[in-house]
Design a protein around this ligand. Structure first.
Ligand SMILES: [Zn+2]
Length: 354
């Protein structure tokens, strides 16, 4: 399999990076989705087919292990699913998949509590019971949760919650107790702002966005033993997730981690996309190269691919780019690349012990 992975790297025209010469098939990609849902008229699901697509890509790209999770879902989402679809996949392919759970359950409970305002004893008891059940079932983290998720098209939900909501703080306590990180999707909104024009046109987003960074810092400070992974670094849709802001947060909060992705490069991108961590040539920009090198224990790979079953129809298969994301590792000093490629993920998600 290692030979196949190496052949795959060469076939893609990638030179084998320094860290890869000793660590073929070594990447742990910490944020991805299997898309096994089929259209209502097709019936059933095919998560195993999606897993086969993922395994093929993993072998080609030198990825040892993939963390898979349900996307963060609103209430009553027709295209939703939860981690019960994913645990059997991880059991069938030990060492290749691990499950991060809660996007189809805990996130929905947070959304319900935001809408109703009810964070009473019963709501908290049910939330804790569900989170602890997910850990018992083998979840290595809680996710994908969201505090600010933009709608990218009319069928894609807008989902928002205060990052320091009572249930997020409760989840931090549960995560700390069990040693499982929280995977959090959140657009950066340092102050009140209008929704960027391209998102006002495309999706179902509100016209104005309320600030969330101070509340995020309160969540980080709430329980220092809770590791929080702020996902999708490199996919900034407000233009505010800058290296300056990120560095200040890393300095102030030792329990903050990041997972990065390089989205597919598209011509005619809106101006907000100028704030990508890599240029159109795929090179990590200087301020981000310095940040990755200054905080090598705090960054992980999170390509955010949707591996789509061959029996499903979905444009989601085109929304991420493994080659561009993994090519960043080759641009870093070997010791930094090793940590970002797999050492941080293995330690934080305790993957050696599962
Ligand atoms: Zn996400």
């Amino acid at each position: 399999m290692a030979a196949r992975a190496l052949a795959g790297l060469f076939a893609l025209g990638l030179s084998l990076p320094a860290w890869g010469q000793q660590n073929a098939l070594s990447v742990i990609d910490t944020h991805n989705h299997l898309h096994g849902l089929r259209a209502p008229w097709q019936g059933g699901t095919d998560f195993e087919g999606a897993a086969e697509v993922a395994l093929d890509a993993m072998d080609r790209f030198g990825v040892r292990m993939l963390l898979i999770m349900p996307p963060p879902q609103p209430e009553h989402f027709a295209a939703g699913y939860d981690a019960t679809k994913l645990f059997p996949i991880a059991r069938r392919h030990p060492g290749r998949f691990a499950v991060v759970a809660g996007g189809g359950t805990l996130n929905v409970m947070i959304q319900r509590a935001v809408r109703s305002g009810d964070v009473g004893a019963e709501v908290r008891r049910n939330f804790r019971a569900k989170a602890e059940e997910l850990v018992r079932l083998g979840a290595v983290g809680f996710g994908e949760l969201t505090a600010e998720h933009f709608s990218m098209n009319p069928r894609h939900p807008y989902v928002s919650a205060p990052p320091d909501h009572a249930l997020f703080r409760l989840l931090a306590d549960i995560a700390a107790r069990h040693g499982v990180p929280i995977d959090l999707h959140m657009e950066a909104i340092p102050e009140d702002m209008a929704v960027p024009p391209h998102l006002a046109r495309r999706g179902r987003n509100p016209a104005r966005l309320g600030p969330n960074m101070a509340a995020f810092e309160r969540l980080l400070a709430h329980n220092r033993a809770a590791a929080i992974v702020w996902v999708h670094l490199g996919w900034d849709n407000t233009g505010r997730r800058t290296a300056t802001l990120t560095r200040a947060l890393l300095e102030r909060h030792a329990n903050l981690y990041l997972s990065y992705r390089i989205p597919p490069h598209r011509r005619r991108e809106p101006s907000v996309m100028a704030n990508r961590i890599a240029g159109p040539d795929g090179r990590l920009r200087a301020e981000w190269h310095k940040l990755f090198s200054d905080f090598p224990d705090r960054v992980m790979v999170g390509t955010d691919r949707f591996f789509v079953s061959p029996r499903s129809q979905s444009p989601l298969r085109h929304t991420a780019d493994s080659a561009a994301t993994l090519a960043i590792l080759e641009q870093l000093p070997a010791a930094v690349a090793r940590r970002i490629a797999f050492e941080n993920a293995a330690r934080l998600f305790r993957l050696g012990k599962k």
